[in-house]
Design a binder for this molecule. Structure first.
Ligand code: 4AD
Ligand code: MG
Length: 429
């Protein structure tokens, strides 16, 4: 039976057998230090020449970087090691001796690493990020399960756009034109009218010509949609959701956060409620600080960062002008020039992680929006039906998984937060 490195603490003083890769090796002539990994963690194996059979010593010497092997050894507690344990190696069975590994200890450029992404993900840093990504995914499912939401899967191939036509990926659907989904929202609204409270979690696609540290072409989005929920309650669910995810990662991923040198004090503080400002207040704030931005213009990354710097938690910016937001957002009854929406801006310059709103539930207003936005009434006919048969106030939002993981991990670029990033000019590997 194989043990895993993550479980090794239960076997102190015992002999265990592990299936591992060698990611680094050092030798003093009489002792070999093998840096081993198995996906669940990292551990150092120590071989003392005088204490092992010559065959075992030679087998260890022949191991190259990224060779695979079964290793047998006795687990020791070791305060100096990050994992807290060390393995006194007693036997080695090489499985495959790796060819000369392209990723070495020297610094590599980003393009080189991206070309070798299939290997780069084996590194300690990437393992930490991908394991935190996995924990965030777990947290998402647990949060909604605890609250009785249904998981619903909207289609990926769609005849319409949800978030404007400029970033659509076109494809052929037999004789019809189709697009890859930018957002499952419109379908989730239909699902909310059937099931009440629902969430989706899937890949979304945006043909965005942006080459920034926040943009991916293919990214994963969590989209809850809730019947009988207004703007206010929507915000409360969002702040609870984001707090839950961050606290979940703090509880379950201490080792990984340490490996990433993440300042966790900043994350500890992420607890609901979050501060809220209106779009108009944000514009005034920026103007006072000398930014050249006028009411009615959308925020760029520098604006979002400048606003985020004023708060030590994520901040909601609410009530944007209707003119710069999506067609489905409900106007504020007090001032119909603005809509009942919010973007949630992460601290430390990570930008917008959530976009959400209350939706228009009035048939006539929705029809008017179709005309203003030149939406093909035939293609969107079914969406109007939701306003014809038992329309109710409802709200929802979309959380970008990669931006959230990037913020929690403190990565400089979202490309590290997804196993195989699709970026402008990159479809390989
Ligand atoms: O603000 P967005 O465009 O909102 C929607 O798509 C709504 N239909 C969601 C809803 O209400 N159901 O996108 C939501 C989030 C953003 O806040 C951001 O975190 C992420 O998705 N996002 C991206 N992440 C990485 N790369 C991109 N190109 C992204 N575009 C949006
Ligand atoms: Mg948005």
């Amino acid at each position: 039976m194989l043990t895993t490195i993550s479980q090794i603490g239960k076997h102190v003083g015992e002999e265990v057998r592990l299936g591992v890769w060698l990611f680094n090796k050092r030798s003093s002539g009489k002792i070999q230090f093998l840096q081993l990994r198995d996906g669940t963690g990292f551990i150092q194996g120590v071989l003392v020449k005088q204490e092992v059979a010559p065959k075992v010593w030679e087998a260890a010497k022949a191991l190259t970087q990224e060779s695979s092997l079964y290793v047998r050894g006795v687990v020791r507690e070791d305060e100096r090691s990050k994992s807290g344990y060390e393995l006194t190696v007693t036997d080695i069975e090489p499985i495959h001796i790796a060819e000369e590994y392209p990723i070495t200890k020297k610094e590599h450029g980003v393009e080189f690493l991206m070309d070798h992404r299939h290997l780069w993900i084996r590194s300690m840093r990437q393992q930490a990020i991908l394991s935190i990504r996995s924990a965030v995914i777990q947290a998402v499912y647990e949060f909604f399960k605890e609250r009785g939401f249904y998981k619903v899967d909207p289609p990926i191939l769609t005849p319409t756009s949800a978030e404007g036509t400029t970033t659509l990926f076109h494809t052929q659907y037999f004789d019809e034109e189709a697009y890859l989904s930018q957002s499952g929202q419109l379908y989730m609204e239909a699902a909310a009218m059937a099931l009440g409270r629902v969430f989706s979690f899937g890949p979304t696609f945006r043909a965005e010509k942006s080459k920034t540290r926040r943009h991916l072409i293919e990214f994963w989005m969590i989209e809850p949609e809730m019947a009988f929920v207004d703007h206010e309650e929507n915000l409360r669910i969002q702040e609870d959701f984001v707090s839950y995810i961050v606290q979940y990662v703090l509880k379950n991923c201490q080792l990984e956060l340490k490996r990433l040198n993440r300042d966790t004090a900043k994350l500890e503080n992420v607890k609901a409620p979050f501060p809220r400002i209106t779009y108009t207040e944000a514009i005034e704030m920026l103007q006072k600080d000398g930014h050249e931005i006028q009411w009615g213009e959308d925020f760029g990354a520098p604006h979002e960062t400048a606003i985020a710097e004023k708060f030590d938690k994520p901040v909601f910016i609410t009530h944007y002008p209707a003119s710069i937001k999506a067609f489905y957002m409900k106007p504020d009854p007090v001032n119909p020039d603005v809509v009942l929406c919010a973007d949630l801006i992460a601290p430390e310059g990570y930008g917008e992680i959530i976009g959400g709103s209350q939706r228009i539930d009035d048939l006539e207003l929705m029809q008017k929006r179709y005309e203003e936005h030149n939406l093909n009434p035939q293609a969107y006919q079914w969406y109007l039906d939701l306003r014809k048969y038992g329309s109710v106030p409802h709200s929802g939002f979309g959380l970008g998984l990669e931006r959230t993981v990037g913020w929690i991990c403190g990565t400089e670029h979202v490309r590290e937060t997804i196993p195989f990033p699709r970026l402008l000019n990159r479809l390989y590997p």
